[in-house]
Design a protein around this ligand. Structure first.
Ligand SMILES: Cc1ncc(COP(=O)(O)O)c(C=O)c1O
Length: 461
């Protein structure tokens, strides 16, 4: 009989468990980082979009240590992924335990007890009464692929509506819905046919020209007043895909009235409402789902990123009656891998008992610090978001709202130089998406640093 291994100890790092704030010990990038970046240029695909030279080695909580021993406060969370923080001891323990028991068997061919448990728990938190079923994949784009296929399969319709600015992934089906940046589509030839894109509701920049703030209900009624009259009959539309808060497009929350109107229109025409909660879900907004703030009940929800604290896992959750595809219709060798599922189960425990509430509280704390920035900083056009999904839109001119991608880049780079990791979103927005376990001291430090960077950049123009 094989011996069962005892859990492995975490490797030593200068990030003590109580380290909460940055500590920079070299100029950036440090010598080891420079070496890795040079080799990366030689051997790694040039399609990645690195903004600044962080070469990460260790992570603990909201802190990341680079290869040269510099410690950063991480307000990017691996693109809104490490919901419980880096290497949460309970997540690490669950991964180690599961890895020692069974790493892989494939849920496509065999049954797994923890896959059933996770499906049941995800079904229970999905909005709407009635039983749900779950398909597991490895990434956000796979969750979207599954939703596209399921919607077409179930409705026997093939047309899909999506929104300008939305990002749904990069595999060819999901890419056909993505309308975020042309570079993401350029060079890849024709995509899925039958996809119609319409303007996304943006309260700050209403696509129909109304003053800000705007409910943008017209962004939903446009379906009936224009699209269903001129381009496609609603009886041929399988689904509408929407991010309830646009992520890569610039951290833009869809107004609640708009979401309710969109849901009403979908119901009226038998069109499935699919919420892409890959970035906004799993508690980031202070509720399980961003759509919960409006009270909508999507037919399908796509989840990934924060679901397993950094392990690759995605879920496509649908009403049980809707998930009516037959064996062999869709599957995945790795999707629902036991180690990832073990991480997800503990992640859900931590979110449920502590971190969703913490995301709500810390989101309010940050918003209280940041909401008046447009009145205090001439290059801040808008501050918006829910929970720990906050966007700060940078403009050249508050009146004309001319976008300032160059200034946004300076701000994000300055923050890095001061030890705070941030990312851009959309053309000109700074995204604030820390792990959901940050505390007030960290939120305060990040807000203060970001404001300092904004001040320095606006003083230089
Ligand atoms: C809303 C949304 N959907 C889908 C995706 C694709 O996820 P992945 O990169 O895991 O394929 C992303 C990634 O940023 C996303 O933000």
């Amino acid at each position: 009989m094989l011996a069962r291994g005892s859990p492995v100890k975490l490797p030593p790092t200068t990030i003590a468990i109580e380290t909460k704030l940055p500590n920079l010990v070299t100029s950036l990038p440090g010598p080891k980082a420079v070496n890795v970046i040079a080799r990366d240029a030689q051997f790694v695909s040039p399609s990645y979009t690195r903004g600044y030279p962080l070469v990460a080695k260790y992570g603990r909580g909201a802190m990341v240590e680079d290869v040269d021993g510099n410690v950063f406060l991480d307000f990017a969370a691996g693109i809104a992924v490490v919901s419980t923080g880096h290497c949460h001891p309970r997540v690490v323990e669950a991964i180690q335990k599961q890895a020692a028991e069974l790493i892989h068997i494939s849920g496509t061919d065999f049954y797994l007890p923890n896959m059933v448990e996770l499906a049941q728990r995800l079904g229970a938190i999905a909005p709407g009464a009635g039983p749900k079923k779950v398909f597991f994949g490895n990434s956000g784009t796979e969750a979207i692929e599954a939703a596209i296929k399921l919607a077409r399969y179930h409705t026997r319709r093939d047309k899909i509506i999506a929104f300008h600015g939305c990002f749904h992934g990069r595999t060819l089906g999901a890419l056909s819905l993505t309308a975020s940046k042309a570079v993401q589509r350029k060079g890849f030839g024709s995509l899925l046919a039958g996809i119609f894109h319409i303007p996304y509701p943006n309260s700050y920049r209403c696509p129909y020209g109304h003053p800000s703030p705007c409910d943008c209900v017209e962004a939903a009624t446009f379906l009936e007043t224009e699209i269903f009259k001129r381009l496609v009959d609603p009886s041929e539309v399988a689904a509408v895909f929407i991010e309830p808060i646009q992520g890569e497009g610039g951290y833009v929350p869809a107004p609640e009235k708009f979401l309710l109107e969109l849901e009403r229109i979908c119901r009226k025409h038998g069109i499935l409402l699919v919420c892409d909660e890959v970035q906004s879900g799993m508690g980031r907004t202070g509720k399980w789902w961003a759509g919960d703030h409006a009270g909508i009940e999507p037919d399908i929800i796509c989840v990934a990123k924060g679901i397993a604290s950094g392990m690759p896992l995605s879920a496509t959750i649908a009403r049980a009656s809707l998930m009516d595809w037959k064996p062999g219709a869709h599957a995945s060798t790795f999707g629902g891998n036991p180690v990832c599922i073990a991480a997800a189960l503990v992640t859900m425990d931590l979110l449920e008992t502590q971190y969703i509430e913490n995301a709500r509280r810390m989101g309010e704390f940050l918003m209280a610090r940041m909401a008046d920035w447009p009145s205090r900083h001439k290059i801040v056009g808008d501050v918006r978001g829910k929970g720990l999904m906050i966007g700060v839109e940078i403009v050249h001119d508050q009146k004309t709202k001319e976008r300032a991608p160059d200034l946004r880049e300076h701000i994000v780079n300055r923050a890095f130089e001061k030890g705070v990791l941030l990312l851009g979103a959309g053309e000109n927005t700074v995204r604030v998406c820390p792990p959901l376990m940050i505390d007030e001291e960290q939120a305060d430090f990040a807000a203060r640093t970001l404001e300092e960077c904004i001040h320095e950049v606006e003083s230089s123009v």
